[in-house]
Design a protein around this ligand. Sequence first.
Ligand code: GLA
Length: 364
Amino acid sequence: MRAPGRVNLIGEHTDYSEGLALPCAIDRDTLVLAAPRGDRRVRACSLEQERGAELDLDALARRGEWGDYVAGAAFALEAAGHRLAGAELLVTSRVPLGAGLSSSAALGVAAALVLSRLAGHALTPRAIAEAAHAGESGFVGVGCGILDPFASALGRRDHALFIDCRDRSVELAPLGAGRVALLVAHSGVTRSLAGAGYRERVAECARAFAAARAAGIAAPGARTLRDLGPAQLPALAAALEPVLFRRARHVIGENARVVAFRAAVAAGALADAGALLRETQASLRDDYAVSVPELDRLCALGDAAPGCHGSRLTGAGFGGCTLHLVDPAAADEVARTLRAGFLASHGRQPEVWLVRPADGASVA
Ligand code: GLA
């Protein structure tokens, strides 16, 4: 079984406000080999982790270890009525860990797929994604949105996914294979503060919306920042404390940029698409405050390189990776520019990968 990581093209920090996002699965997978057991224990070991994990399906508990993602998937599947059986699992991942490319969602999706199949349940990719999300968000307690597991489970080769995180609908958005390439550069900054910073942003969005509602700015029936638009920004600026206003302005602008980006790519207007990525980066840096100097530097290097349409951080931020939308013929040169420029300013070479939009999780 395999489940890929993902790169989010645009629509960052919108999913938990029920907004829009445009990720794709990438050609870097987590792989799981599995054998059934006769009991209700799951033993998992990973080629990348020193410690293995052992779970009892009748007493699943969070332990603060990588095995929690397997336990979370199992917990969610059983809670949804799919009784599971014990298994021996061997896990290995080509999704870089802690880089913001969703190695954890890939593990959760792979675990949901393998455990459900071993128990004889043929679940849809959407049901697998929902189980992985419920596991990571609820059981592991990350509190994240649906972006990552949906991308990992539902991805399609050479396509991005246009996800509406309110009704959870997913539309395929062709990515113009041959006309654009995706470069991902790892800043090398580990996302140690990501957990706390992420939860803080989630809470700030909820507070921003509550304040907007209290001020009578949100329409009756509105539920999240998703329900506010650019026309309400002046009223929000007057009513919200400055930090909450900036968070709301990011989410409102970002939802609009997802729609514009999708249209630009479909029309082959790659310069426009690149400009939207640069706008997103500015918004993530200035309004949402999730960038770090290393990510800003990689984006500036990319944006100055011939053949690069636009750059931004991808994923939650606080470290991890940048994404660069590039002309395929220029990809090698842009990658060289990123490595050399970052080496000059930071004394080390970032890892740079050319990633290709890939199919979502599968059994083979
Ligand atoms: C992380 C979360 C996602 C999403 C992104 C930011 O990857 O897991 O749900 O919120 O950050 O867009």
